[in-house]
Design a protein around this ligand. Structure first.
Ligand code: KIV
Length: 275
């Protein structure tokens, strides 16, 4: 057995136990090779339904299917060994009933081997979260801005910018926590509200455009590398791969056009018979 085989993958209870402790490092990944790069540095890798926009050029996450999530979830599981891998349930795969949610979550867990699923919604999903957790499905909640509801909320604007609107978002956070989720993403909510929710609920919060006070942070990998066409204002850029890829492609195109592209003869030298 190699040292690599000894690495123990983090579990949902491990993440749950990090409430108020060392900040939880989370990123999205949709591929085996990026998952391999992230694995040493991240506690949690999310196979987010943002893959619809980032990988497929969709306008929203609404058209993403369970099959798309399973395919990429499998790739991320192949590429990682240590991080907890969480796979998003996409729009339409869990909202109709608790039973529908269980069937979708069970398929994702059986077919990918991931350690947990994530779903969007607060109070309205609390019964479903409790139903899943009681049946062996670790659930990560997602409150604040819930992009799968774009057609009812109308825009990707930050939530809770007026104190008068905080109540329902706090209720959502409490409902998700009390229903048994092991953690909750808080997306695009006013900083003092994210801070207050973090102080008041029992499970770790993972902020994306929330507050530095959250128990962990998550970003979409391509957003932090300048590879997404539309990047939310709150994202800090840690790299600029877009221009780097474009200039490498331009150099390659120039080599091909000017016949400066190296021929492979030095890589596969001709063999002379008898030598
Ligand atoms: O789909 C996704 O990438 C997400 C993150 C934004 C948290 O849900």
């Amino acid at each position: 057995m190699s040292a690599q085989d000894d690495i123990k993958r983090l579990t949902a209870p491990d993440i749950r136990a990090r409430k108020g402790g060392q900040p939880i490092v989370c990123l999205t990944s949709y591929h085996a090779h990026t998952a391999r790069l992230l694995d040493r540095h991240c506690d949690l890798i999310l196979v987010g339904d943002s893959l619809g926009m980032v990988m497929h050029g969709l306008e929203t996450t609404v058209p993403v299917t369970l099959d798309m999530m399973i395919l990429q979830g499998l790739a991320v599981m192949r590429g990682s060994k240590r991080a907890l891998v969480v796979v998003d349930l996409p729009f339409g795969s869990y909202e109709a009933s608790k039973e529908q949610a269980f069937m979708s979550a069970a398929r994702v867990m059986k077919e990918t081997g991931c350690g947990a699923i994530k779903l969007e919604g607060g109070r309205r999903m609390a019964d479903t979260i409790a139903f899943l957790v009681e049946r062996g499905v670790p659930v990560m909640g997602h409150i604040g801005l819930t992009p799968q509801s774009i057609n009812t909320i109308g825009s990707f604007r930050a939530q809770g910018r007026e104190e008068a609107h905080w109540g329902p978002i706090e209720d959502d956070a409490r409902a998700v926590s009390e229903a048994g989720a092991f953690s909750a993403v808080i997306e695009a909510v006013a900083e003092p509200l994210a801070r207050r929710i973090t102080a008041n609920i029992a499970i770790p919060t993972v902020g994306i455009g929330g507050s530095v006070a959250c128990d962990g942070q998550i970003l979409v990998l391509e957003d932090m590398h300048g590879l997404s066409p539309r990047v939310p204002k709150f994202v800090r850029r840690y790299g600029d791969l877009g221009p780097a890829i474009e200039s490498a492609v331009a150099a390659y195109a120039a080599d091909v056009r000017s016949r400066a592209f190296p021929s492979p003869e030095h890589v596969y030298p001709m063999r002379t018979k008898g030598k």
